[in-house]
Design a protein around this ligand. Structure first.
Ligand SMILES: Cc1cc2nc3c(=O)[nH]c(=O)nc-3n(C[C@H](O)[C@H](O)[C@H](O)COP(=O)(O)OP(=O)(O)OC[C@H]3O[C@@H](n4cnc5c(N)ncnc54)[C@H](O)[C@@H]3O)c2cc1C
Length: 386
């Protein structure tokens, strides 16, 4: 792997950085919590990105994308998250799977609209009894004329209450081996038969939902890929969820903010500057460098038409667990002041730390838990028996 960026990549990073600094409303700069409070502002910003074709950076131009490389997309994501800008994570997960496996009808109907942010998605994979063992999912879809009829429920569906469409895995052949009886559909979230029940998470936010489907009709044309082959389409979606670049960007921003507070001549309330604190930060600096390189490697492999798998798992584990370590170090260095929330003028690092600490916990569960990703490294990476 080449560890240096090309001049084109450096210029792209600078262009993205300049754009965010000029265009992002300061009310959404204060972290994810504020982003959720200012959802309309965030959507306005995402629409502007769509107009610049920056939502579908890596997608073909004929579908509203920019046709750029995976490394350019990686740099974009890193800069967006570092600057607390709102990303449409679902677009980046579903888009490549639909482009690779979807019919021309689906691509024409959905990809350009997603790139322009006219459509917002949620993901319907997990079920109450199918999380890590996703292939055990039980939501059923049965053929009926030109449609399939869906019954069942999905859980932990992030932002379903804001979504226009869901991309959903359902069982279409209950008699086949579990990986071979699953199909992948897109369904309109605003149709009869769909009930969305909020689940409030540990950050006290409405992010998750349980979504119930009762005789929900989906046209056959909404099938992505072939019937009963949805598992293999979904692996493309899942591969795009894991790279760690967003987690390490959040981590690096916290690190930079804490170092900035320590550097101030008069110091910031409660921020330690003793030798123990310096050593901890130095250690974090090394780990952040490692984590960035693991994530860049995933993008570099994609640039070179290789399929990252165990590499993506390693980058995801390292970055998400590092974010938790960085938050703990941040708390130790800022002490009781670190507990103060955004809006309190005594709060160090803009009061982001308590919220970031809480949301760093589910990051090691989302998109495949650390244990599941370690299983992937052990079996596919090291060739160990299952
Ligand atoms: C922030 C967040 C956002 C999410 N958003 C969505 C979404 O939008 N759409 C969606 O469909 N899902 C979403 N999920 C769900 C997520 O995919 C699941 O939570 C995850 O796959 C784990 O499944 P589970 O919660 O059922 O836990 P389980 O699978 O029940 O696991 C429980 C524990 O057992 C461990 N474990 C399970 N199997 C093994 C094994 N084979 N070896 C070792 N340990 C094992 C796990 O690591 C975990 O610690 C989200 C989750 C989070 C945290």
């Amino acid at each position: 792997m080449d560890f240096t960026f090309t001049s084109e990549q450096d210029a792209w990073r600078q262009e993205v950085r300049d754009y965010i600094r000029a265009e992002l409303d300061p009310r959404i700069i204060a972290g994810e919590e504020a982003y959720r409070q200012h959802y309309k502002l965030a959507m306005g910003f995402r629409k502007k990105l769509g107009a610049k074709k920056w939502i579908g950076i890596g997608w073909p131009k004929e579908y509203g994308g920019l046709g750029a490389s995976p490394m350019m997309q990686c740099i974009f994501h890193e800069e967006m998250i570092y600057h607390h800008a709102p990303l449409d994570s679902q677009a980046y997960q579903l888009g490549p799977a639909m482009i690779k496996h979807g019919s021309e009808y689906l691509k024409r109907k959905f990809i350009a609209a997603t790139a322009a942010q006219e459509i917002v998605w949620c993901q319907g994979f997990s079920e109450p009894n199918a999380g890590s063992d996703l292939a055990s999912l039980q939501t059923r879809a049965v053929e009926d004329g030109d449609d399939y009829v869906i019954n069942g429920s999905k859980i932990w569906t992030s932002m379903a209450h804001k979504a226009d469409y869901i991309h959903i895995l359902v069982r279409t052949d209950p008699n086949a081996p579990k990986h071979k009886g699953i199909s992948y559909f897109v369904a309109d979230m605003k149709q009869p038969g769909i009930t969305i029940v909020p689940l409030i998470d540990m950050s006290n936010e409405h992010h998750f939902n349980q979504v119930f489907f009762e005789n929900v009709r989906v046209p056959k044309t909404n099938l992505i890929g072939e019937k009963n082959m949805g598992w293999y389409v979904a692996t493309t979606t899942l591969d795009n969820e894991r790279s760690g670049i967003r987690d390490v960007a959040r981590c690096r921003r916290l690190y930079d903010d804490i170092v900035g507070a320590m550097r101030q001549l008069k110091g910031v309330s409660g921020v330690r500057r003793d030798a123990g604190a310096l050593h901890k930060l130095a250690d974090m600096r090394v780990q952040i460098a490692v984590s960035r390189n693991l994530s860049y490697r995933v993008a570099w492999m994609q640039d070179n038409k290789q399929q990252p798998n165990k590499e993506a798992s390693a980058a995801k584990i390292f970055a998400t667990e590092l974010e938790q370590r960085m938050c703990r170090v941040g708390m130790e260095i800022t002490g009781l002041y670190g507990l103060l929330l955004n809006g309190d003028r005594r709060a160090p690092v803009a009061g982001i730390l308590p919220y970031q600490m809480i949301v760093s916990i589910p990051a090691t569960i989302a998109a495949g838990s650390s244990e599941v990703n370690r299983n992937i490294i052990a079996t596919r990476g090291l060739g160990l028996p299952r």
